[in-house]
Design a protein around this ligand. Structure first.
Ligand code: ATP
Ligand code: DGY
Length: 492
């Protein structure tokens, strides 16, 4: 069912022990009919392989351990650590605070650089991660289903205690990636974790975006919104950040624990009002936001002089690596966007038109983009935003008269959309391919039905023996999603 190509570094799906067993029970018994004549057309296989090679290059460029190794310089046995233009004396004074989906490999890489000066560290990672012990580091697993829990709260509490104990000659290395908010939760005095969760869920269910969500999180937290850096003062704080948000706003990534917070309780009340969720927000939270505004210590510039925030990875880094690889493979590459957003079905349709227009030119081109679409899940199926994007594009290709005309010209074209974390929604796939000829009279109605039911994973896993799914396994990184569109010259 699942395509594996070990030659380009794609992992075997059978190793994904994190898969909920129940997922497989919803798979249909019968395979979706294949469009034999068209899916085998010349050049498609090569383009799909090229797209996977480009994706692999993009993922390698944002491997968190590589990113952090690039950002820190220390010559062998040197007593100094260099980060950008700053130099920090090492004297058995290094502490690590790490939280996020990709921080374990970062912590491992950093430990190998500063091991002889490392005193203590706490690493908060998702439950179920594979995390062999690292010396001097306490690794805490929690945040099941990307939601804060007592384990991640214990990690946050320990990190804040450690930060508070530091002196002016100490260095706190903070490592953070997406998922950091749930793995570093500590509610403000007067609000319980359950009440905070209730508020977060109300915002998420009302379609609140990450900016709205994390503004509320910052204002309900005793460690987010710069408060970790304030606790560590007067120690030096160096924060290495991998972005999983559009625009790479440091205040928003993992709710900015080392970044000066520019939001207020009044902003929180506006968000709640705009989303019309007053009745779903616990009284303790409403009381806090409508009472006296928080003491403005987080707004004091001086206290952030000891902090160096370094953005080490983002969607742009991945897309630029993809660009390099595509160029090496002989494609005329362009970057269309790194801020793709919107409803996956709609964006998929737009990308179909872009593909068809470029296919008409029959030149060897690669069009790259990145960002994060959204899905309003109204059906009962299993899927993810990237697979829904691809399925929508594919249905649109079938529906476009242009598509069949162009396929006849034998100018191969393919579109890939995949999540860089290797998990698209609650599925074992990272994304899927779409291409003209993927759907035909035999299977178009099935495809439409699955698309309407948000069932893209089920559809792709049964189409062409799952060959059109992208399966990487968990990648330990997350810089949102990537789209790779490839068009080749006509086959002779
Ligand atoms: N059946 C479905 N079809 C399409 N999309 C779905 C389906 N079920 C869930 N999703 C999408 O998957 C998202 C959650 O999956 P995922 O873990 O990839 O995203 P995430 O929580 O934003 O994580 P990250 O930002 O780390 O990728 C939901 O926000 C929803 O939009
Ligand atoms: O952890 C979070 O807040 C999100 O992943 C955005 O960074």
């Amino acid at each position: 069912m699942v395509h594996i190509s070990s030659s380009i570094g794609f992992k075997v799906i059978a190793n994904c022990g994190y898969l909920p067993g129940a997922l497989f029970s919803v798979l249909p018994r019968h395979a979706v009919a294949r469009c034999y004549s068209q899916s085998c057309h010349d050049g498609l296989g090569t383009l799909k392989e090229n797209a996977k090679q480009i994706l692999t290059a993009a993922l390698q460029a944002v491997a968190p351990e590589t990113l952090v190794q690039r950002a820190i310089r220390r010559s062998a046995c040197s007593q100094y650590l260099h980060v950008g233009d700053a130099t920090y004396p090492l004297q058995k004074n290094v502490y690590i605070a790490a939280f996020g989906k990709g921080v374990y490999p970062m912590a491992k890489a950093v430990t190998s650089i500063v091991h002889d000066h490392l005193v203590d560290g706490i690493v908060s990672v998702p439950a179920g991660s594979s995390t062999p012990a690292l010396s001097n580091l306490q690794i805490i697993q929690g945040g099941r289903k990307n939601l804060p829990d007592s384990n991640s709260m214990m990690a946050a509490d320990s990190i804040m205690k450690m930060a508070n104990s530091l002196g002016q000659h100490d260095i706190l290395l903070v490592l953070m990636t997406g998922g950091g908010s749930a793995l570093f939760p500590l509610p403000v005095h007067g609000v319980t974790l359950d009440e905070k969760l209730q508020a977060i869920k109300a915002i998420a269910n009302a379609g609140g975006d990450i900016f709205q969500l994390n503004t509320i999180r910052k204002n309900l937290s005793a460690c987010k919104g710069g408060k970790l850096a304030l606790a560590a003062n007067p120690a030096k704080v160096i924060s290495f950040i991998v972005s999983d948000v559009i625009g790479d706003n440091l205040e928003i990534i993992a709710s900015g624990p080392t970044v000066k917070d520019s939001s207020s309780h009044k902003d929180c009340l506006t968000i709640i009002k705009n989303l019309s969720i007053d009745k779903k927000i616990p009284t303790s939270v409403l009381n806090l936001f409508s009472g006296k505004t928080c003491s403005d210590i987080a707004k004091n510039k001086q206290t952030f002089n000891n902090v160096q925030n370094v953005l080490i990875g983002s969607n742009k880094v991945a897309i630029h690596a993809a660009f390099e690889k595509a160029s090496q493979l002989g494609f005329d590459a362009t970057i269309h966007s790194t801020t793709v957003c919107g409803e996956a079905k709609d964006v998929g349709k737009t990308y179909c038109q872009m593909l068809l227009e470029n296919q008409r030119l029959c030149r060897k081109v690669c069009i790259l983009s990145g960002g994060e679409t959204t899905v309003r899940v109204e059906g009962s199926g299993v899927g993810g935003r990237n697979q829904e994007f691809a399925l929508s594009a594919s249905v649109q290709m079938f529906e476009s008269k242009l598509a069949s005309n162009l396929t006849d010209k034998k100018c191969p074209a393919v579109l890939l959309s995949a999540g860089t974390d290797g998990q698209d929604g609650p599925t074992p796939a990272a994304g899927a391919f779409a291409y003209p000829g993927q759907l035909c009279d035999n299977n178009i109605n099935t495809a439409r039905h699955h698309l309407a039911n948000n069932d893209s994973y089920t559809f792709f896993s049964t189409l062409n023996n799952g060959d059109d799914l992208i399966v990487t396994g968990l990648t330990n990184t997350n810089v949102m999603d990537i789209q790779i569109m490839l068009i080749d010259e006509p086959t002779t």
